[in-house]
Design a protein around this ligand. Structure first.
Ligand SMILES: C[S@@+](CC[C@H](N)C(=O)[O-])C[C@H]1O[C@@H](n2cnc3c(N)ncnc32)[C@H](O)[C@@H]1O
Length: 275
């Protein structure tokens, strides 16, 4: 998640600079392939093999209910990783499908299918070009998945609209946009604003040896997200900003109790596609 759990042992340097969708995808696919084993080993137990966690605060879909009743619904998860959330949806009677850029993440999904006995079909692809027919799904969701990794966010939202049925539901969690003002540090230093909230220049890691872009994240403000959803024909119904539970002491990248008790780390949007 976010700015960033450095996803490989290779030396990189971080900078802020414009990058295209092609560069973002070319970097992030292999990056998540390299990082997938460590990601699942580190966070798998917290996520739960068939669990639905919206972010490092640990708030679950069972608590929030942002998707509504998933029973009997066709559900797509964008940036599904090992499809833990989709597996939870399946246990509640939904027909869930996962989509992820990283083949290695999807191999972990297959492993969890076998280990849990709850099978979720999953496909390799990008959120900006979905391999599904129009009006296929009742619900599209994304838990810290693809959306903050794509440059062409309008395409990802347009594709979501295309595959949703009229009146369909869209919900997604992202790094809370206000976090971009702060260094990605779970300690006290991560509480001192050091860069502009309004600077949308992507966060980029460059391989120090090859000079190739190896990881990218994109930032949009809260207002940007509201405008994106409204322009695409969604009615925004929820913006959840989960509070850090006082007894929750788990550090995940830049997310920690130290910061979480003072500033929001996750934003979760819920919206309905106007019929
Ligand atoms: C922080 S992980 C979250 C995975 C999962 N939702 C979870 O909670 O564990 C982000 C995921 O987004 C995927 N991703 C990045 N860019 C993507 C894109 N353009 N299309 C689809 N998935 C993408 C990555 O491969 C990675 O598995």
């Amino acid at each position: 998640m976010e700015q960033t759990p450095n996803s490989s042992d290779r030396p990189v340097h971080a900078e802020r600079r414009p990058v295209t969708e092609k560069e973002s995808r070319r970097a992030n696919g292999p990056d998540w392939d390299r990082y997938a084993d460590e990601y699942q080993a580190t966070h798998g137990a917290f996520l739960g093999d068939a669990g639905f966690v919206w972010g490092p605060e640990g708030i679950t879909e069972a608590e929030l209910g942002l998707l509504g009743d998933v029973g009997g619904k066709d559900v797509l998860e964008l940036g599904s990783g090992a499809c833990q959330c989709s597996r939870w949806v399946a246990t509640k009677g939904g027909r869930a499908i996962g989509l992820d850029l990283s083949y290695r993440q999807l191999q972990h999904s297959h492993r969890l299918d076998l280990e849990t006995g709850v099978e979720v079909p999953a496909v390799q692809g990008t959120a900006t070009n979905l391999p599904f027919r129009d009006a296929t799904f009742d619900i599209v969701f994304c838990s810290f998945g693809a959306l903050q990794f794509v440059a062409d966010i309008e395409d990802a939202i347009a594709e979501t609209v295309r595959v949703l049925r009229p009146g369909g539901r869209f919900a997604f969690s992202i790094t809370h946009p206000t976090r971009w003002m702060f260094p990605d540090d779970p300690g006290e230093d991560g509480l001192v604003a050091s860069q502009s909230y309004w600077d949308r220049t992507p966060y980029v890691e460059v391989d120090a040896e090859t000079g190739i872009v190896s990881y990218v994240e994109h930032h949009r403000t809260l207002g940007d997200w509201v405008r994106l959803l409204a322009d695409a024909g969604f009615a925004l119904t929820d913006l959840a900003e989960p509070e850090w539970p006082r007894d929750h002491d788990r550090v995940w990248g830049g997310w920690s109790r130290t910061r979480g008790l003072l500033t929001p780390g996750t934003a979760i949007f819920g919206a309905n596609l106007l019929a």
